[in-house]
Design a protein. Structure first.
Length: 256
C-alpha cells in the first residue's frame, strides 16, 4: 500500500502552508492568545481560506466546491493552526449539510455566503446531556403555521459564539418505534437573533466553541432542510464518519 501523498495533495498542502505563514499567522499574532478571536478577524480568516477551498472542500464543483476526498480534506486542515482548522471545519460542514437535503432556493440562499465567508456558520447537534448521537436530541421543534418553534439548548458547537447561522438539529416528535423524528432547521440571526455564548475552556482559548439557547425561537418553515423521514440522521451520520477523524488531526501541531 502506498502512503505517499499524490503530487496534487503535496501542492495543496504547500499552498495552504504558504498562505498560513504569509496571511494568517500575522493576523493571529496581533490578538490576545487567551481570548476568543474577534468576529471581524474570524471572518477575515475565513475569507482568506476560501479561495484555497477550505470552506467548500467536499462540495461538488457545481456550487463552487472542490469535491475532494476525506483524506485530502484532512491534509488541508492539518496544515492550518488548530483554531483556524476548527473555524473552517464548522463552516465547510454546515455548507455540506445544507447542500445535502436543501432545496435549490435554500442552497442558493446559504451556500455561496458560507463558501465565500459572508456568513459564519455552524451546526448545533450536541446538547448538555446528549453527545453526537442525534437520536438523543431533546431540542424540540413544533410546527406553527408558517414557522417552526424551537425550544432547547445546544452545547460544544464550533463557531457558535460568532455564527450568523446555525443549522439546528431538533426533534419533531417520535416515529412508530419511539425514535426521534429529526429535522434540520437553519436559525438565521437576520430572521431573528438567538442567544449564543463562548464556553470557557482550559485550552483553545482563541476559538469559539460555544452554546446556543432557543426559547420559543421562531424560524420560518422555508428554513427547514430536507424532511423528517430519516434523511437528517443519515446526513449527520455520513458527515460524522469523516469529521471526527479530521477534527482529531486538526488538534495536532502543524506538520512541517
Amino acid at each position: 500500500m502506498d502512503f505517499e501523498l499524490s503530487p496534487e495533495q503535496v501542492m495543496i498542502q504547500d499552498s495552504i502552508r504558504t498562505m498560513v505563514e504569509r496571511e494568517i499567522d500575522p493576523l493571529i499574532a496581533k490578538e490576545d492568545p487567551d481570548a476568543p478571536l474577534p468576529k471581524p478577524v474570524v471572518k477575515k480568516i475565513v475569507k482568506i481560506c476560501a479561495p484555497l477551498g477550505l470552506t467548500s472542500a467536499r462540495l461538488p464543483a457545481e456550487v463552487g466546491g472542490g469535491n475532494v476526498s476525506a483524506l485530502t480534506f484532512g491534509i488541508m486542515r492539518e496544515a492550518l493552526p488548530p483554531v483556524v482548522s476548527f473555524i473552517c471545519g464548522g463552516q465547510e460542514t454546515t455548507a455540506f449539510r445544507i447542500y445535502h437535503g436543501g432545496t435549490p432556493e435554500q442552497r442558493e440562499r446559504y451556500i455561496p455566503a458560507l463558501v465565500n465567508g459572508d456568513k459564519l456558520g455552524c451546526t448545533g447537534t450536541t446538547e448538555p446531556d446528549t453527545g453526537s448521537d442525534p437520536r438523543g436530541v431533546k431540542t424540540k421543534a413544533v410546527f406553527d403555521g408558517d414557522h417552526v418553534v424551537l425550544n432547547g439548548r445546544k452545547a460544544w458547537v464550533s463557531n457558535a459564539s460568532v455564527c450568523d447561522i446555525m443549522l439546528v438539529v431538533a426533534s419533531a416528535g417520535s416515529d412508530e418505534r419511539g425514535f426521534n423524528t429529526l429535522i434540520r432547521v437553519v436559525a438565521d440571526q437576520e430572521d431573528a437573533p438567538f442567544t449564543t455564548r463562548k464556553t470557557p475552556t482550559l485550552g483553545f482559548r482563541t476559538g469559539h466553541l460555544g452554546e446556543a439557547i432557543f426559547d420559543d425561537y421562531r424560524v420560518p418553515v422555508r428554513n427547514v432542510i430536507g424532511d423528517a423521514k430519516g434523511g437528517s440522521a443519515k446526513v449527520l451520520s455520513q458527515t460524522w464518519t469523516t469529521q471526527r477523524q479530521i477534527g482529531r488531526a486538526s488538534c495536532r501541531e502543524r506538520v512541517s
